[in-house]
Design a protein around this ligand. Sequence first.
Ligand code: SF4
Length: 440
Amino acid sequence: MKYFITTYGCQMNVHESEKIAGMLVDIGYSSASSYEDADIIVFNTCCIRDTAEKRAFGNIGALKSLKRTHPDKIIVVVGCMTQQKGGAEALAAKFPFVDIILGTNSLDRLPILVQEKRIRKTVISVASDPTVDLSLELPIYRTSGTNAWINIMYGCNNYCTYCIVPYVRGRERSRAIGDVIADVKQVLSEGYKEITLLGQNVDSYGSDLQDGTNFALLLKEISAIPGKFRLRFMTSHPKDFDREVIDVIASSNNICHNIHLPIQSGSNEILRRMNRKYTVEQYLSIVDYIKEKMPDVGITSDIMVGFPGETEEDFLETCDLVRKVRFSNAFTFIYSPRKGTPAASMEQIPSDVKKSRITRLVKLQNDITKELSDEYLGNTYEILVEDVNPKYPGTVCGRTDSGRLVTIKGEPSLIGSFLDVKITKSRSASLFGEILSKGE
Ligand code: SF4
């Protein structure tokens, strides 16, 4: 018996799919290579962006005829689309051939429902309280190669006016520091060379525990665990990313100098309307401190254009900020209204204006990324080989400490190795190099 999972959205969802796979492996399923090959098909959805939601709708709808010809296949929809108010019922009405709809907080029921095969009629299991963490102790079938994802917290308290996350994932709940550290030791003993700590706002880790635990302490304790490994984390919030955390990263030898710090807009007025709770000046002062402590850092960001009320002047301020910070890369996107959020009822700006702004922003960021890539030429960096690069046969690829992807000639047997690599060519965000020596 086989399963096939399609995942939409962020790394949190990718890791949640590893938990879904873990539960299915536990009850005897193995991974399939296609919908046709699978006995159970799972869609792990995301409602944070319009594009992810539309893709999920399209892909689920496309299975109607497969389900008609293969009625024994079990189709499951999980993830935050189901957790929105009325979301599960709407999905059931639109796709009556779906067998099981689970909320983010009732994932643990999947094996029982699958084994009972309570199909033919859609089973909906969405608990109304999103703070119930039933997925905490689920088995995990890790699929991410050299990197192990570890959740350190769930939910978000910030209520940015464009974001649906606090409504579908609930308020922040941090895991106990001892549990996180036990998970880290476990994955290191299994041979993982890189760990990425996950949370919607990792910098406020521990604030709900009220025992003095904070993110800096967590980083320090994990960093002190013996062995050769890399530590990354995502996502940070500029209002909580403090100097204590930066000092810990700068003084450790295994926390990567690669900081993802979403700015969203370079206009104070737009940041205020987004309820981001920091100003451009505060953001720039954090960036200055990061660069002072870690001159080799790679800073990446999320930048949105077309938020309601964004004027040309606001947009130009965003471009100014991009020029000042010089992000090594940025996830740039057009604002799309999310039903149930305050920004959805603000006055929207025309789509042709949004499209023109994103085109200009992408060009600006690409030019900066290329200029920064050229600075790597001729220098030597340690990379952790993560995978083959399917675009270039006979090559493998891995990232520098600063998060840059480097492709080198080599065999898949190098995956999981640390290599010293000299950069010989740069192409936009991509770097190419040659192996100088092999580490651990
Ligand atoms: S910090 Fe803001 S954007 Fe990030 S998950 Fe929380 S509400 Fe959403």
